[in-house]
Structure formats: C-alpha cells, structure tokens
Design a protein around this ligand. Structure first.
Ligand code: DC
Length: 218
C-alpha cells in the first residue's frame, strides 16, 4: 500500500500538487479539507454553531459521513446529501477551520481517512496527515510558502471564479487560518519530523509535483 501525505497551511498549493502527483502515479487523491468543510456546512445547515463543542458533538454522533469517488471526482455526503457543491463558499473556509479544532471531529474524520488509506493507495493533503492520521505513511511532505504568495494565489483563484474579494481580506483570512490551524490543542498543523519540507514560494505546482515524484520514484 502506498500512502503519501502532503500537509501544510492554506494556499500552499497542496491540492493542486496532490492531484497532479496522484494522477501521474495512477492512485487516488483524497482531499481531507473537503471532509472538514462538508461537516462545517452540514452543521451550519442544521443550525449548529461550529464553535459550540457540545452541539457539534451531538450532531457528529448522529451524522453519517461518506466519501465517494464518482467519475474521478470526490464527493462528500452527510446523511445521504451530497454537500460537495456548497463547501467552497468563503464562509465555509472559516467555519471548517473553527470546527476542526474539536477533538471529537478530528478523531472521527481521521478514522474515515485511515479507512480509505488502509484500503487503497492514496495521496492525502491536509494539516495532520503525516503527524496524526497516518504517522506511518511511506512518504511525507510539508508544503509551505510565504503568506503573501499564498494569499495572492487564493485571491487569483477566487477572482477567476468571479468572486468579489479584496486581496487584503484574503491575506487577513489566510493569516487567521494559519493561526487557528497551528494553535489548536489537538493535532495542530505541524511538520512531521520525518516529512520533507518544500517551500513553494518561488515554485510552480508542476515543479513541486516533480520534486515529490523524484522522491517517490526513488
Ligand atoms: O484545506 P482546506 O482549505 O480545504 O481546509 C479547510 C479547513 O479545514 C482548514 O482551515 C483546516 C481544516 N482542516 C484540518 O483541520 N485538517 C485537515 N486535514 C484538512 C483541513
């Protein structure tokens, strides 16, 4: 079984790189952020405050969360509802970061990731894939870039999708999420001691994917 983990802060290019690596070696890409986003969306839809740990836990206990790959696309279902189309909204990014601090949420969503990674070869991108979810993964990478460059990339992506956003606000959000993700008590964003650090500040996603593939292909 091949398990490749790519962790790092928001906007470092993890998903583009992970998708490219998965495609080039012909294995599955698992977007773990989509699980946190899906459950954050589902909580809001059910009137649950993502910061209210007890209410979140109650919903988590009752909710069925499934990940399916349909036509090469990952879809996340909560109680049978495909929530994938709704999880990229701007407010869901912050809600996902908030809900991800609860230990019960991390444990449950990590179990889902471990089950998938135990059944098939997979590239995962996340925050704690190499430290907590799959500490024994074959290949671990930690991808970062300076916050201004990450904000610039996110800003361009959002603009391309026609969103009405300001660069300064995107940068502020990135910094806030970095703080939240790195400072939560349970399984925070952190480089695993055995993960290779790649700084993509001056690199394209293609170049980063090439470096990862060099390691993986030995
Ligand atoms: O990677 P992303 O932007 O889709 O993730 C959204 C939020 O979900 C992120 O701010 C933190 C959280 N997250 C997490 O805590 N652990 C993961 N493995 C993936 C995402």
């Amino acid at each position: 079984m091949i398990n490749i983990t790519i962790d790092g802060p928001s906007g470092a290019g993890k998903s583009t790189v992970a998708k490219s690596v998965a495609k080039r070696i012909g294995i599955m890409y698992l977007d773990t952020g989509a699980l946190y986003r899906a459950f954050a969306y589902f909580s809001i839809k059910n009137g649950v405050d993502v910061n209210d740990e007890n209410a979140v836990e109650m919903l988590l206990g009752a909710a069925r969360i499934d990940v399916k790959h349909i036509g090469g696309e990952q879809r996340v279902f909560c109680d049978g509802l495909d929530v994938t189309p709704y999880i990229r909204e701007h407010n869901i990014s912050k809600a996902a970061s908030d809900i991800s601090k609860h230990q019960s949420v991390r444990v449950r969503l990590s179990e889902i990731q471990r089950k998938i990674a135990g059944e098939r070869d997979v590239v995962l991108d996340g925050r704690d894939a190499g430290t907590f979810v799959l500490p024994n993964a074959n290949y671990k990478f930690y991808l970062t870039a300076n916050p201004e460059v990450r904000a610039r990339r996110r800003y361009s992506e959002l603009k391309e999708k026609g969103a009405d956003v300001e660069y300064a606000k995107v940068l502020e959000d990135i910094k806030l999420r970095d703080y939240n993700d790195s400072n939560r008590a349970f399984a925070p964003l952190k480089q695993a001691p055995d993960a290779r650090l790649i700084d993509s500040t001056d690199m394209s996603a293609q170049e980063v994917a090439d470096i990862i593939l060099q390691y993986v292909n030995g």
